[in-house]
Unconditional design. Structure first.
Length: 316
């Protein structure tokens, strides 16, 4: 069904997608660390989760949690606003959040903890979690941890959308900078078998009239053109769009967009596909054993297996 040419084209495309995805992921991660997107997104998520209001002292539970050493051990614990926090965590363990939440509100009985919550919506959520815990304090804390985890799952989706947009723009810039023209590349790889066939024809079909050296010159010219290195990517002859040719520019820009979209799947996705393609490319038909009965081989293998296992069998 699939010949080697199709697999070669697929491998070439995946290699291009993988290389750009790796570069885009590294640059996106660098930008994320520089801009502290994880820390800021997590802080905004916790503030939204606990209905934080910097103007209302009764609704500043999120800030109290961020000053807690269980949540933010590197902070001094004296910050008056979120802007005053010198260190913000990029990750909060749900169990630590539940303990800090419970202890920040007094850590007495669950009823007393819930009564100290000033926000009505948050208080109703805690009352529902306490009712579902069957009067078990440990189960109540576990319910708070599960509630926090579910909220962070939604927050992870928001963060992923933000980073995907940045990753797309970074990959598009990389594809344009290095002219990763995958459509031209695919065409070159696809037509490679034809070049091999032409080489074979040129090698065996010698000119019949040796008295005309121009025939050899034509043959040498064709051979040179067939052997001329074909650059698949870069601003070089071939993949580079011609300044006065709209079609070549359309192919190039379309290739850049395709490569940028491929980066949204992530480098690990293309790496797994590449491994499968290489395995498929190197897999051939199993050679059949001639002159040997397969039943005899199975019986022989079973006998050898029994002999090897017999010393380990009790009572032998």
């Amino acid at each position: 069904m699939f010949n080697s040419t199709i697999i070669d084209v697929a491998i070439g495309l995946v290699l291009s997608f993988l290389s750009v995805s790796l570069a885009a992921s590294a640059m996106t991660e660098a930008i994320s660390s520089w801009r502290q997107w994880r820390e800021k997104t997590l802080a905004n998520g916790v503030r939204a989760l606990l209905n934080y209001d910097e103007k209302d002292p009764k609704r500043q539970l999120a800030l109290d949690l961020y000053k807690n050493a269980l949540i933010n051990p590197l902070a001094s614990g004296v910050a008056e606003t979120f802007e005053d926090l010198t260190h913000k965590p990029a990750y909060i363990d749900s169990r630590q959040f539940a303990l800090a939440f419970y202890n920040t509100l007094g850590g007495e009985s669950p009823a007393a903890v819930i009564d100290k919550i000033q926000d009505n919506q948050l208080k109703a959520a805690m009352q529902a979690l306490w009712a579902a815990s069957s009067n078990d304090i440990d189960k109540f804390k576990n319910n708070i941890a599960v509630w926090f985890d579910n909220s962070m799952d939604r927050l992870s989706g928001w963060y992923k959308k933000q980073t995907q947009m940045v990753s797309f723009l970074v990959a598009l810039a990389i594809a344009a900078l290095f002219n990763v023209n995958v459509l031209y590349e695919s065409a070159q790889i696809w037509t490679h078998p034809a070049a091999v066939a032409n080489l074979a024809t040129l090698h065996f079909d010698e000119p019949s009239d040796a008295s005309h050296p121009e025939n050899y010159a034509i043959m040498a010219s064709k051979l040179y053109k067939a052997l001329e290195p074909a650059y698949l990517v870069g601003w070089v002859e071939g993949p580079s769009p011609k300044w006065n040719n709209r079609e070549s520019w359309l192919i190039a820009v379309s290739s850049w967009v395709i490569v940028a979209c491929s980066a949204l799947f992530g480098a690990s996705f293309w790496f797994d596909i590449l491994k499968n393609l290489i395995h498929l490319r190197g897999t051939g038909l199993k050679p059949e054993r001639s002159g040997v009965d397969q039943g005899d081989i199975s019986a022989k293998n079973t006998l050898q297996l029994n002999i090897k296992q017999s010393p380990l069998t009790p009572g032998t």
